[in-house]
Design a binder for this molecule. Structure first.
Ligand code: ADP
Ligand code: MG
Length: 421
């Protein structure tokens, strides 16, 4: 009993460690961390055998194995498989053969049946599926060992079945626990993000304030210029300041109002994604040339339609590509990629510019957050709210000094485009 509790503890502990460091991140170390903590958990489980019956060990080692495989993927699965086999072989005894059959069976089911589709299952299916998996594997392995090798496990049936039940329950509990932590984390991030994203029209008031300021300042300088007896030096300073302020007003309008007018009635139409992206890529060409940036396009789909407002969509792409070009002060490459993934159209903008730290990525979309001397901090905010209004999503991946990828995904309007062709 005591060892059962120790086993459960060491199955749940890695889940916590995993959550603290790496839940929901795309870090390349995620799988290494997963493989390490679950290997440790497997070895500890095997050291604290719940019952040892004539060289057959009962413990919860398969739970970290299954968890690692389902949440880490195929490589982690294969790695954990070998950890179990090698360690079991090192312990010795004829129970190794049962362990070999069990884990191979599990590995095959995981690799070919569960891992490819696991993320699409509902929580209930995930829990009941993994519970059933361990139950079935335990039963199959007992039967095959009995018939193939003639092992007769003399363990009392009560002990065997209570072990199978305890194992299944812990499995279900662990999946529930992990899923719960992942959902909480996703919700927290979404909530945080929604908080930042006020809708375009809500923003309008503060934007017009931002535009009015430079205009008022400019007006003041022009009035000063009118006064008699002003010397030339002062004149030039006033003119320079006025020009600066006008530039500022202009850049706010470019980022915010070039196409999208917040109060305008927003008309939705079917847009052909490749045509729109192509248009923007051409439109940005002169600006890119000025900064020594070359633009490339890759369209993996020919025609695909989605519902959106044309002007807003163009504004969104322009803001993002403008940022990408501005991130490459010493020249570089801006790449547009259009593709389709599970009924969603994806548009990727990749640059090899200065990149962003994760702290900077977190602040993207916050109005007036800018790292540029003459920045407005409106471009990404506007782009984010436009995509949100189209029921789409923007994901950002970036590495400092390596570059940035913005991925927009929007639901494809299947029904209408189907009728059209
Ligand atoms: P602005 O461009 O006026 O600064 P934005 O909202 O468009 O305002 O961008 C906010 C900040 O996000 C930028 O100042 C920049 O630091 C960062 N940023 C946005 N896109 C990129 C990118 N592709 N590469 C590097 N940094 C970026
Ligand atoms: Mg910008």
């Amino acid at each position: 009993m005591e060892n059962l509790l120790i086993n459960i503890l060491f199955v749940l502990l890695p889940i916590l460690i995993f959550q603290i460091f790496y839940i929901n991140t795309d870090s390349k170390y995620k799988n290494i961390l997963l493989a390490t903590v679950f290997s440790i958990s497997i070895i500890i489980c095997m050291n604290f055998t719940i019952t040892n019956y004539e060289g057959h060990f009962f413990d919860l080692r398969y739970i970290p194995f299954v968890l690692g495989a389902l949440y880490g993927g195929k490589k982690v699965a294969i790695f954990l498989y070998f950890v179990i086999l090698v360690y079991r072989f090192y312990i010795g005894g004829e129970g190794f053969y049962i362990a070999f059959i069990d884990s191979t069976l599990l590995l095959i089911i995981l690799l070919f049946l569960l891992i490819p589709k696991y993320q699409t299952y509902s929580l209930k299916t995930k829990i009941s599926g993994t519970m059933a998996l361990l139950g079935i594997v335990a039963i199959i392995s007992l039967i095959t060992c009995h018939t193939l090798f003639g092992f007769i496990l003399h363990a009392p049936i009560v002990l065997l079945s209570s072990f199978v039940v305890a194992q299944a329950l812990t499995m279900g509990l662990s999946v529930y626990f992990l899923e719960y932590l992942i959902t909480m984390d996703t919700m927290k991030k979404q909530l945080y993000h929604n908080e930042k994203l006020k809708s375009l029209s809500e923003m309008a008031a503060s934007i017009s304030h931002e535009v009015r300021n430079p205009l008022t300042v400019t007006r003041g300088f022009i009035q000063l210029l009118k006064s008699p007896g002003i010397d030339d030096e002062k004149k030039i300073t006033y003119l320079d300041l006025s020009l600066q302020e006008l530039d500022r007003a202009e850049s706010i309008i470019t980022d915010y109002l070039t196409f999208a007018k917040p109060h305008e009635n927003i008309e939705l139409e079917l847009l052909n994604v490749t045509a729109e992206v192509n248009y923007v890529a051409n439109l940005m060409e002169p600006y890119a040339l000025m900064q020594n940036v070359s633009i490339t396009k890759e369209f993996f789909i020919k025609e695909s339609y989605f519902l959106g407002n044309k002007k807003q969509f163009l504004q969104c792409l322009i803001n993002l590509s403008k940022n990408a070009i501005e991130a490459m002060q010493n020249g570089g490459k801006l790449e547009f990629k259009v593709n389709k993934e599970n009924e969603k159209i994806t548009i990727q903008l990749t640059d090899n510019g200065v990149g962003m730290s994760s702290e900077q990525i977190g602040r993207l979309g916050v109005p007036f957050f800018t790292n540029k001397e003459k920045g407005t901090g409106l471009g990404t905010m506007v782009a984010f709210s436009i995509v949100k209004a189209m029921k789409g999503e923007i994901k950002v991946k970036s590495r400092v000094n390596e570059g940035t990828t913005f991925t927009i995904s929007i639901p494809e309007s299947v029904s209408t485009s189907d009728k059209e062709d």
